[in-house]
Design a protein around this ligand. Structure first.
Ligand SMILES: NC(=O)c1ccc[n+]([C@@H]2O[C@H](COP(=O)([O-])OP(=O)(O)OC[C@H]3O[C@@H](n4cnc5c(N)ncnc54)[C@H](OP(=O)(O)O)[C@@H]3O)[C@@H](O)[C@H]2O)c1
Length: 274
């Protein structure tokens, strides 16, 4: 990357690179290894996987083969829905670490707010954090009600909430609550899985500044202070998706993008999940 990616400090003090490579739907095997290899070669230092993606082993193998020291790569994985519960969650983290070939992850997330069982799982994540197996812990797909429940009883405030975010789905109340509690917000599906890359407002901004629609959506997230997690298996796009720090969107462009809210959830929608 021509310009280094800035970091955001987690409440733990650990620096988190503001652009991470997502590997959801990167096929296990060579496709994931090649994507991670390309990303590390291009300067990425943050990879976002999950047990359910089925490619933790490939993420670990590619990091080891890259020659980039382990302590310079921020690795996230996630607790899947059928692994909830105190003991089950601790076992699931051990199994993820074994597949990754690592003795710790930099961030372990509850993938989805599974009713009731999420509370025991959080205690397990607090234990993993205390034991150093997860250097930071957090949640994903937690909206305001889930966060309020957790904040009401947690000993450790989650360090991160990873939610779907784009100009078309802004979750402002959740982001505000996170900001108030020092929780870093990570934007998943920041490219709307391609669904709005051709939106006329996005392409107009892109044309005006000589950037791509993908870069416009990602830069919007960066300027809102989010970590962005674009996924691609193509080296050229992996490079494009991180080339975000030698330009800025001016206030008028940000306002045009902010006006695009339409409640577009491209995957799961945790809104209304008890
Ligand atoms: N916590 C959760 O519940 C959750 C849920 C969903 C996602 N995530 C995380 O967030 C990451 C990203 O989300 P996502 O994979 O759903 O969607 P996304 O990043 O919004 O979009 C990925 C899609 O856009 C294409 N693409 C990538 N770069 C592009 C570019 N520059 N121009 C045009 N198309 C481009 C990709 O195709 P190619 O690969 O063919 O380039 C892929 O089809 C995931 O990989 C995962 O790590 C987390």
């Amino acid at each position: 990357m021509s310009v280094p990616t800035p970091c955001i400090a987690l409440a733990t003090g650990a620096p988190l690179s503001q652009v991470g490579l997502g590997v959801y739907q990167s096929a296990p095997g060579a496709a994931t290894r090649d994507a991670v290899t390309a990303a590390l070669d291009l300067g990425y230092r943050h990879i976002d996987t999950a047990r359910i993606y089925g490619n933790e082993a490939d993420v670990g193998a590619a990091i080891r083969a890259s020659g980039v020291p382990r302590d310079q790569v921020f690795v996230t994985t996630k607790l899947w829905n059928d692994d909830h519960g105190y003991d089950a969650a601790l076992r699931a983290l051990d199994a993820s670490l074994s597949r990754l070939g690592m003795d710790h992850v930099d961030l372990y997330l509850i993938h989805w707010p599974v009713p009731e069982r999420r509370r025991d799982s959080w205690r397990a994540l607090e234990r993993a954090f205390a034991d150093g197996k997860a250097r930071a812990i957090g949640v994903s797909n937690y909206l305001v009600p889930h966060l309020r429940e957790l904040l009401g009883e947690a000993r450790t405030v989650p360090h991160v909430d990873q939610i779907e975010l784009s100009p078309f789905l802004q979750r402002r109340d959740t982001c505000t609550l996170c900001r108030e509690h020092g929780i870093v917000v990570e934007a998943y599906s920041p490219l709307t899985r391609g669904k709005r890359l051709g939106h006329p407002a996005v392409t107009a901004v892109a044309r005006a500044i000589g950037r791509t629609p993908a870069q416009v959506l990602l830069r919007w997230g960066i300027q809102h202070g989010f970590v962005v997690l674009p996924k691609s298996i193509h080296r050229a796009r992996i490079a494009e998706n991180a080339a975000l720090f030698d330009f800025a969107l001016d206030p008028a462009a940000m306002a045009q993008l902010d006006a695009l809210e339409e409640g577009l959830a491209t995957g799961w929608d945790p809104d209304g999940e008890p």
